[in-house]
Design a protein around this ligand. Structure first.
Ligand SMILES: O=C(CO)[C@H](O)[C@H](O)COP(=O)(O)O
Length: 281
């Protein structure tokens, strides 16, 4: 078998696993009585929208779909679903459910997101939902954030503050943080849907909070060794940082908490099965 065939087969396997996970997540979490649905960004969400559209207008015509950026806005419209905006969601009300992908998911369901530069709106939509459901393929599952996704934690920053943010990230032990370049053929930084830039900040694999709870003393921030929660709490306070691509914190039904972690993460596996992870008690 040639290496190009192998690469093509691997790509097909990944796409099939995303699709499997998306259809299962929609089957389990899109109840017909729901009326407000959040739609995330990325290549996996394409299959989420496909699965929703396949339910037909008898189910979907009573629903409104809230995008996390220009890509998902286009997806919703192209599928003939009703587009609505989170800015129009009345104060005190919530989405019934939101579906989104992830770049990496650890065993506590902390996420790295923002590989597609949509993290700020993604976090607003996820935390506006009673139930946030993550959909991914088998490559995204890892014991600790930073193990599989080596590109770093995406951080959305005000352009004029980017050099200061990079300085601070280096002080915190980030390994060669950098401003994400634009698409090939376009000079300069990538510009988000919010007119901001993305800094990618690689850190050593992050510790789970239970590591320190159980007495492990291996957190060493100057060397870039952090727990997820401590790093996230520190990153969001850097002046010029608008939002970070760590989704972390408490688990469970999100009704009042605005939690960032999913109530369930669906992984399409290489053998064709779907693995569902839910928060441990
Ligand atoms: O956070 C995101 C975009 O900002 C995406 O959810 C993440 O990058 C996963 O994308 P894909 O489904 O293409 O692997």
């Amino acid at each position: 078998m040639s290496s190009s065939t192998t690469t093509q087969e691997q790509a097909q396997l990944v796409e099939a696993s995303k699709r499997q996970a998306a259809y299962q997540a929609v089957k389990d979490y899109l109840l017909p009585e729901y009326t407000r649905i959040g739609i995330g960004s990325g290549s996996t969400v394409v299959y989420v929208v496909e699965a929703i559209a396949a339910l037909g207008p008898s189910v979907t015509s009573k629903m409104a779909f809230y995008p996390t950026g220009s890509q998902s806005e286009e997806l919703i419209e192209a599928a003939g679903l009703n587009l609505q905006y989170i800015s129009k969601l009345p104060a005190g009300e919530q989405l019934d459910v939101a579906f989104d992908g992830a770049d990496e998911v650890d065993e506590d369901l902390n996420l790295i997101k923002g590989g597609g530069a949509c993290l700020w709106q993604e976090k607003i939509v996820a935390t506006s939902a009673k139930r946030f459901v993550c959909v991914a393929d088998f490559r995204k599952l890892s014991p600790r954030l930073g193990t599989a996704w080596k590109k770093g934690i995406p951080i959305e920053v005000l352009p004029m503050a980017a050099p200061r943010v990079l300085d601070e990230l280096r002080r915190m032990g980030a390994l060669e943080p950098r401003i994400r370049p634009g698409v090939p053929g376009k000079a300069g930084a990538i510009v988000t849907d919010n007119g901001l830039w993305i800094v990618d900040a690689p850190f050593l694999p992050l510790l789970l909070s239970k590591d320190t709870e159980s007495g492990a003393q291996n957190e060493d921030r100057e060397k870039g060794v952090w727990t997820v929660d401590a790093l996230a709490d520190r990153l969001i306070k850097i002046p010029g940082v608008a939002e970070i691509g760590l989704f972390y914190g408490s688990n469970g039904l999100q009704v009042a908490s605005g939690a960032q972690k999913p109530v369930a993460a669906y992984f399409g596996m290489a053998d064709g099965s779907v693995e569902v992870r839910t928060p441990s008690a």
